[in-house]
Design a protein around this ligand. Structure first.
Ligand code: K2U
Ligand code: ZN
Length: 201
C-alpha cells in the first residue's frame, strides 16, 4: 500500500530510518556469506544493546547480500557479525514489500504440531534436506527502530524464523537432519565435510 504524502514527507524529514533497499542482485554484495566449515557459523551472537544507525546500516548491507544470493532470510553470523540480528523477506519478487528486521529475537512459544520442510541455507549452497520443526512460533523482538514487537508466525515465515534463530546460536539446519544417509549423500555431492555437522541432541 503506497504511503501518503504526509508519511513520505515525515520519513524524508526523519531521514531514511527504514532499511528498505532495492531487491536486485549486486555484482559485489557488500558482505560475503561464510560457508559450512567456517568457525564464524559456530559462534553465538551477542545481544544488541542499542538500536542505532550503525545497526540499521548493517541490516541494509545484510539485505543487499541476501537479495544478491536469492535468499529469503539471513542472520548476522552468516556474514561474520556476532550480533543478534536477522533479516527476512519472503516476498523478494515484490519491490514494495518491506523486509522484516528482528533484533534480539526470542521465541516465546512453540506450536504443538510439527511439520517437515526441505530446507536450504545460503551458507551450505545446493544442499537441500528435510528438517522437522514446530509449524507455529511466537517471537518477541525489537524492530529496526528499537520498538518492542511480538509476532505469531506459521508456514514459511515460522520455518524461516526458526532457521535464522538457529544461526544466532551457531546451529545449522544440517545439525537437525535425522536421515543420516541423505545427509552424508547431500554433503558429499557438494564437497562438504560431514565432520562440520554438529550433533545437537
Ligand atoms: O541461509 C539462510 O539462512 C537463508 C535460508 C532461509 C530459509 C531456509 C529454510 C527455509 C526457509 C528459509 C534460505 O537459503 S533462503 C533460500 C530459500 C528460498 C525460498 C524458500 C526457501 C529457501
Ligand atoms: Zn541458513
Amino acid at each position: 500500500m503506497a504511503r501518503s504524502f504526509a508519511q513520505l514527507a515525515r520519513a524524508a524529514e526523519q531521514g531514511n530510518r527504514t532499511v528498505q533497499v532495492p531487491k536486485e542482485p549486486l555484482e559485489t554484495p557488500p558482505l560475503p556469506i561464510h560457508t559450512l566449515g567456517s568457525r564464524e557459523l559456530r559462534t553465538s551472537a551477542r545481544r544488541i544493546s542499542k538500536v542505532d544507525e550503525g545497526i540499521r546500516d548493517l541490516a541494509r548491507d545484510m539485505l543487499r547480500s541476501m537479495y544478491s544470493a536469492q535468499g529469503i532470510g539471513l542472520a548476522a553470523p552468516q556474514v561474520g557479525v556476532h550480533k543478534q540480528l536477522l533479516v527476512i523477506d519472503l516476498d523478494i519478487e515484490e519491490a514494495s514489500t518491506p523486509p522484516l528486521v528482528l533484533i534480539n529475537p526470542e521465541i516465546t512459544a512453540f506450536g504443538s504440531s510439527l511439520n517437515t520442510y526441505e530446507e536450504g541455507c545460503l551458507s551450505i549452497p545446493k544442499v537441500y534436506l528435510n528438517v522437522v520443526r514446530p509449524s507455529i512460533v511466537e517471537v518477541s523482538y525489537r524492530d529496526e527502530l528499537g520498538r518492542p514487537k511480538r509476532l505469531k508466525a506459521d508456514g514459511l515465515l515460522a520455518r524461516c524464523i526458526q532457521h535464522e534463530m538457529d544461526h544466532l546460536n551457531g546451529v545449522l539446519f544440517v545439525d537437525r537432519v535425522t536421515d543420516e544417509l541423505s545427509l552424508n549423500e547431500g554433503l558429499k555431492q557438494q564437497g562438504f565435510d560431514r565432520r562440520d555437522v554438529q550433533s545437537i541432541r
